[in-house]
Design a protein around this ligand. Structure first.
Ligand code: BGC
Length: 338
């Protein structure tokens, strides 16, 4: 296993390893041209193998986010062998998810980008999921200062699939002032309400008039400790917003902006949802690059995805993948300054 670095013509850098597809460094400039590494992470492979408990930078699968009570039905068949690793629920693919496996890495390049294609075959029954799943994830760094992620997969039996990437960002720099002072905009009129374990109740609620409303950019630290039970019961923002765009179309999910440095990150995706996780469970137990100790909320995630617990929610967009179908999904993190 190894680390790889992509660099574009503007000097932006994306460093990652084929262990878990983990992105360990992202170097982008501020409005004065000063570069900072804006993703949380460790320095060595050993640390990632040993204790990447918060999924820094990692690929997540087979099912990103939660499946309630570790079970679901598919075509009338019960799938109930998933690991309970988040209370009574299943989170981020189980014990050895995509974040902890070795991916095959092959360089790719084209007009205006360089990249790496990561491939992994998940065996039939792995972590309790049916079907042998062949997955490729391509990371690209473009000359337009975008980190592009393209997911593809096929299966030999009906299964469910919902991959994402779990990078934590701090646009001030991973060791800079807390990102709770960033402005956040999320392109969503609705969100999926959950119980206190983060499992959707099935209700689709309007953000209007609530602290879940990010249609206009606002400093998220001002409402992350909202007394709204739907927020406080999860310890802060850790929710799935339903993106206001056509299903399957590549469109805007969110914009994060650090007024001090001027760094901005726009997120585009073909996915119908985004989990904005404010890093509420970071608690100073992990020491990252350069000895930085990551405290509560010192990084946030924008995990593009289908909705949590979709396999148990018939009215949510379907996460079933069938033999003969090719799963395709694209997410773009575009960096700039204001
Ligand atoms: C979840 C959080 C969880 C975190 C693990 C996020 O995707 O929504 O609840 O604690 O992953 O680092």
């Amino acid at each position: 296993m190894d680390f790889y670095t992509l660099e574009n013509k503007n000097g932006l850098k994306l460093k990652f390893t084929n262990f878990g597809g983990i992105v360990s460094e992202i170097h982008v400039p501020d409005r004065d041209g000063n570069f900072a590494d804006i993703t949380l992470g460790f320095e060595t492979l050993d640390e990632y193998v040993d204790h990447n408990n918060d999924y820094f930078g990692a690929l997540i699968g087979r099912y990103g986010n939660r499946i309630g009570k570790c079970r679901f039905q598919l075509d009338g068949n019960k799938v109930d062998g998933l690991l309970a690793n988040d209370g009574v629920n299943h989170l981020h693919g189980g014990k050895v998810g995509f974040d902890k496996v070795e991916w095959k890495a092959e360089p790719v390049s084209g007009e205006g980008y360089s990249g790496m294609k990561l491939s992994y075959t998940s065996k039939d029954g792995e972590e309790g999921y049916p079907g042998k799943l062949d997955v490729t994830v391509t990371y690209k760094l473009t000359d337009k200062d975008e980190w592009v992620i393209e997911y593809e997969a096929t299966t030999d039996k009906p299964t469910v699939f919902n991959p994402t990437n779990h990078a934590y960002f701090n646009l001030a720099g991973h060791d800079g002032a807390s990102p709770v002072d960033h402005e956040m905009m999320i392109n969503a009129k609705f969100f999926t309400a959950t119980d206190d374990g983060g499992i959707p109740t099935g209700e689709i609620l309007s953000v209007a008039g609530t602290d879940m409303d990010f249609r206009e950019a606002k400093v998220y630290g001002e409402t992350v400790d909202s007394e709204d039970t739907l927020i406080s019961q999860l310890g802060g923002y850790d929710h799935n917003w339903i993106l206001d765009k056509q299903y399957g179309e590549l469109g805007l999910a969110a914009v994060a902006f650090d007024p001090k440095s001027g760094r901005e990150m726009k997120v585009f995706t073909t996915e119908p949802g985004v989990q904005f996780y404010a890093g509420n469970f970071l608690n100073g137990t992990l020491t990252g690059k350069g000895g930085k100790v990551y405290q509560k909320r010192e990084g946030f995630c924008l995990e593009t995805q289908h909705f949590p617990d979709s396999p148990n929610k018939g009215h949510f967009p379907d996460t079933t993948l069938r033999p003969g179908q090719v799963f395709k999904s694209t997410t773009i993190y575009a960096f700039g300054v204001r």
